[in-house]
Design a protein. Structure first.
Length: 80
């Protein structure tokens, strides 16, 4: 979700300073939908975990997993 947020931010900034990309660029809508889908799934899985286990266990596991996969995804995205 970090990469989708960064991509969406860059498209919005480019639209503000230049031509209106988000109106005609299909990728904008695709990135926005993927961002909201990722955020929705993260909240869903966090709530599922909190329903079964204590917050002192789930929150650090969720946060550390999110950081690790964001770093791996960012490394793959910006290197490739």
């Amino acid at each position: 979700s970090v990469l989708f947020a960064k991509s969406l931010n860059e498209l919005l900034l480019a639209s503000i300073t230049g031509p209106k990309i988000f109106v005609s660029y299909f990728g904008f809508y695709l990135i926005a939908a993927a961002l909201f889908a990722c955020i929705s799934m993260q909240i869903y899985w966090l709530n599922c975990g909190l329903a079964k286990w204590d917050a002192l266990y789930i929150i650090p596991v969720f946060q550390s997993t999110w950081i690790v996969f964001s770093v791996i995804g960012g490394g793959g995205f910006y290197r490739g």
